[in-house]
Design a protein around this ligand. Structure first.
Ligand code: GCO
Ligand code: MG
Length: 412
């Protein structure tokens, strides 16, 4: 038994996705998500030019060995491109193994630890009126937990606020507010941390007043604050009982979180841009965070993310896997199987994919009463419709970037 084909499929139904498809000599196929938003083709090249020929002829059953081989033989370790490529191979191999076993993947990972995965959705508004409408719309879709992002007076374009932009090329199609804008240059947004810190507590006060104490509320700081600013925000949000404050600092410096932690009891989530267990070493060992934000797609697949979460479990740190629309349905399915199986599941981010994405990726998951479930189809439960994928060729897209009012580039 061996891998006989490894195809890298690039498609852009509502946004760009990169998918690895492995085929075995038994005629079984497996899929892995290799999408790195805004840098998609770097992972395509890593796979096509450097990994595919290493996979042909390998025993598809040796998942751990293949992971270690790709990681160690590259010599150049870690990094988002490498780890997304390894993740895609890893998930495709788990998909194949579960299909051989005729079981949904979560069964191979130890079986279900819960009935379904509590998921949170992204509500946002330029002002409180828009935000309240957005929260109500999410609740009507079944969401029980809500991320709250608000416009800030004086700033014209900021992260997380739905723009409802329409693309001229795809007239009438509404893009989600995840801002991988298609085009040859990144869009410019503006930022002022002091205005934001002044404005946000009042937004949460209004939301609690309107929607009551029960609904779990989350917020994403998107890497913009210094440690002392993050500490101040965490403290000023304490009366509103957040489920978590996410990415309060750019966490390359793990030690920065010591200061934040020291000053606030607001729970902290971090790690969507991390890609290995080493990024969490200080954060987990010193119990500086409450939730691990990495996705299966960006942190080395099921094999590696499970390792991170197992270490985190010793410290009662839970999962909060990244699930924006730039994680493809393949990556989301892998997350759901892992989340269903592990004991220390916390919450799953869930942004609903567009209809064209659902046409390309045939999926078996269910979404009911605020809970996700990966379904009972053998494998991860996703198949790629190659003909549909072919209708939507790659389009260059960039994430936006930020400048302060004086023109300085800031973290986005
Ligand atoms: C989130 C993230 C996303 C990222 C996006 C970048 O919490 O979902 O912050 O909104 O900005 O995934 O590609
Ligand atoms: Mg985030």
């Amino acid at each position: 038994m061996s891998i006989i084909a490894a195809d890298v499929i690039v498609t852009s139904p509502d946004r760009n996705f990169v998918t690895l498809k492995l085929t075995t000599s038994e005629g079984v196929t497996g899929l892995g998500d290799a999408t790195l938003n805004g840098r998609e083709l770097a992972v395509v090249s890593y796979l096509r030019d450097h990994v595919v020929q290493l996979l042909i002829g390998r025993d598809e059953h040796r998942i751990e060995d293949t992971w270690q081989f790709l990681y160690r033989s590259a010599y150049w370790r870690r990094g988002p491109v490498t780890m997304a490529a390894i993740a895609a191979v890893d998930v495709a191999l788990w998909d194949i193994k579960a299909k051989y076993a005729r079981m949904p993947l979560y069964q191979l990972l130890g079986g279900a630890s819960r009935d379904g995965l509590l998921a949170y959705g992204h509500a946002s508004g330029r002002d409180n009126a828009e935000l309240f409408d957005s929260i109500r719309a999410h609740q009507a879709q079944g969401f029980r937990a809500i991320r709250v992002q608000s416009g800030v007076p004086g700033l014209h374009a900021i992260y997380g606020i739905a723009s409802n932009a329409t693309s001229a090329r795809n007239a009438g199609v509404r893009y989600d507010h995840e801002p991988a804008q298609r085009g040859a240059q990144p869009a410019l947004e503006d930022w002022d941390t002091r205005r934001y810190l002044r404005h946000l507590p009042g937004v949460f006060e209004a939301v609690r007043h309107e929607f009551g104490p029960d609904v779990p509320l989350l917020h994403d700081g998107h890497h913009r604050m210094t440690p002392i600013q993050a500490a101040a925000l965490g403290r000023s949000l304490e009366p509103y009982d957040l489920f978590w404050l996410e990415d309060c600092t750019p966490a390359e410096n793990q030690e920065a979180l010591r200061l934040v932690r020291h000053h606030t009891t607001t729970p902290l989530a971090i790690g969507e841009i991390f890609n290995s267990i080493w990024d969490y070493q200080v954060l987990v060992r010193e119990q500086l965070i409450d939730y691990v934000r990495s996705s299966v797609t960006h942190a080395g697949g099921i094999t590696h993310l499970r390792r991170i979460l197992d270490v985190a479990a010793q410290y009662q740190i839970k999962s909060g896997m990244h699930g924006p629309t730039d994680v493809s349905p393949v990556g989301m399915a892998a997350a759901m199987h892992l989340g269903l199986a592990i004991h220390n599941f916390g919450i799953q981010e869930y942004m609903v994919h567009g209809a064209r994405t659902d046409e390309v990726f045939e999926q078996s998951f269910t979404w009911r009463d605020g809970y996700l479930h990966p379904g009972e189809t053998p494998g991860i439960g996703v198949e790629l419709n190659v003909d549909a994928a072919g209708k939507y060729p790659y389009e260059q897209a960039y994430l936006p970037y930020n400048r302060l009012v004086d023109g300085t580039v800031h973290d986005w």
